[in-house]
Design a protein around this ligand. Sequence first.
Ligand code: NAD
Length: 364
Amino acid sequence: MVNKQYNITVFPGDGIGTEIMKEALKILRLVADRRKIDIVINEGYIGGSAYDRFGEPLPRQSLDLALQSDAVLLGAVGGQQWESLEYNLRPERALLGLREKLGLYVNLRPVVVFEELLDASPLKREIVRGIDIMIIRELTGDVYFGQPRGVTKDKNGKRKAFNTMVYTEEEISRIAVRAFEIARKRRKNLLSVDKANVLESNELWRSIVSEIGRNYPDVALKHMYVDNCAMQLIRNPAQFDVIVTTNLFGDILSDEAAMLTGSIGMLPSASLGQDKALYEPIHGSAPDIAGKNIANPLATILSVALLLRYTMARPQEADLVEKAVSEVLQDGYRTQDIFQEGKKLVGTEEMGKQTLKKLAGLLN
Ligand code: NAD
């Protein structure tokens, strides 16, 4: 069998992006080398650094690179020096452009609380212990894209603003299939979150998710209203396995769930399309700490684990990367953002180096 070649586009981006990406790439290269995975890595510019060079945040050559690749690995974009630019030239516009052009309709946010970091959570240890949730958010439909939308004025000059919450059968079924497939590879519990009691678009969501569920008798499907889910995430988050939800509710619930861990520098994400994908940490470019070798590279390293799992179908290697991170934490290494008294404070490079060393051992 001919070994598939994977083309990976890397966009370090702005701020801490270059520092964290350097460490993450060492991890990817080590796995590829040890497991004889054929990868080609192309680096490009995106965000503010692309604007400075090419006058736009997502230049044609960067978009072409992304379109020709199997996956994109992204650091972060943004910074104060670009905040006064007109809306379409701002670094963050590049992300929206990429998501749209790559047809990414599924957003995955794993939320895992490492035993070693229980105290970083704003909630009590006993509430967050054992959290391992996968939040799956639909990315292209719902009120964010629905037409008509706009602002009108009535005859007295009073303004009215409106948006349309809309979902098609096709949009719901394709994400439902992805959600069941992912749940099947985990603990086989899928919770679909909606507001079907008051919204027709969500009533359709619920009925289609249930229909698709008949093809997955091995996965236990439940439904929950979003208001209850928001409460349950705080009351008893360890009850959740996989949550699938609409664009609007997913936007809110995924940030709520991220806070359960209390450590933004630890959380990766994946956005998947039909045959394209984008992997990135959930945090931004952290301009306040850029260039100081203190940023936490683990969210980007954990994004590499997702890339291995979802683009390269290498679940065992993905597990090993996650295990290496966990063991480095067990050994007491901490970047400043997750530091506690009595632990070993290290910088970005050292954290990357320790993780690489662990992984090298695990891959033997
Ligand atoms: P941020 O996530 O960059 O930073 C928030 C806080 O968390 C800061 O104090 C920062 O130092 C800290 N932090 C973030 N990542 C860290 C890491 N890996 N290690 C240690 N500490 C970390 O959010 P912000 O400050 O609101 O935004 C800064 C810039 O990033 C803005 O221009 C914003 O638009 C952009 N942004 C980009 C993305 C993205 O690229 N996907 C996401 C969010 C924000």
